[in-house]
Design a protein around this ligand. Sequence first.
Ligand code: G4P
Length: 291
Amino acid sequence: MNIQWYPGHMTKTRRQMEQDIRLVDAVCEIVDARIPLSSRNPDIDVICGGKPRMIILNRIDMADPAMTKRWAGFFRRCGMTVLETDCKNRKGTGQFASAVRELLKDKIQKYQEKGQAGRTLRVMVVGIPNVGKSTFINAVSGRKSAKAENRPGVTRGKQWITVEKGLEMLDTPGILWPKFEDPEVGLKLAYTGAVKDNVVDVETLAVHLIGLLGREYPDALESRYRFTVPDTFEDYELLELAGRKRGMLISGGEVDTERMSRVLLEEYRNGKLGRFTLEKPEEAEADGKEE
Ligand code: G4P
């Protein structure tokens, strides 16, 4: 991760967040739509207690649109309100306020019954690093910059920013840790660039990624690198096929797989290969994660 987490940080962050969460009516969790499971914090349900929850599937511009719809359905079935956004281009963010009001409609009704109609609703944004929390806060609040203090456990006075009349948001997001003890999660965070390349060997990363794409999105590989994905293959073989087609050869006619690895990762990250989602709702269901 581009952030170093230590057990002490995690404990401090968790405590801080548990306190902050008491101040809000709802928690808005941002995830990367390309890896909606791996970009979640493993303890998020405990940390949020019973607060109403919203999931923001962010970076939909880079994810497989059909899979984004399926993930939205999955999280709705888990009882959460879902918003699909491309925060960079401010798509979907305009629906935030109405989505919060929908999520909190029972509470709003109770306030009305108690003669407190219009009472301010408060929301907190949480998520692991690099999912787009700051970009989201800026887009929703209309602020120019709100880069969070990107160090775990660092706190400062709480400030609220107005989204619209009667709706406020904590101006700093809650930065959580990913499930980094799971190697699969680590790989997915590295493909998407949330973890720096120097943490994982580039070739190992590219071999896993091309294998995944070869199984789930063979057409994309075929049209970009102009080779046919065999019915059965070793992941490394695909990297060699792609490298050979790109003319990346070293002495003896071998493929410069390291160079091809860098190209693959770069083209994947900048969207040249296409829009992919690297995990399916079934994986969450199999894990028993459905609440
Ligand atoms: P964080 O607070 O959760 O750590 O994430 P942050 O908002 O800093 O966003 C991390 C990177 O992701 C930023 O890019 C941001 O522009 C980009 N981003 C956020 N939301 C989206 C989205 O919906 N789609 C796409 N394509 N990108 C998104 P950066 O390279 O760090 O900065 P910049 O090049 O945008 O200046």
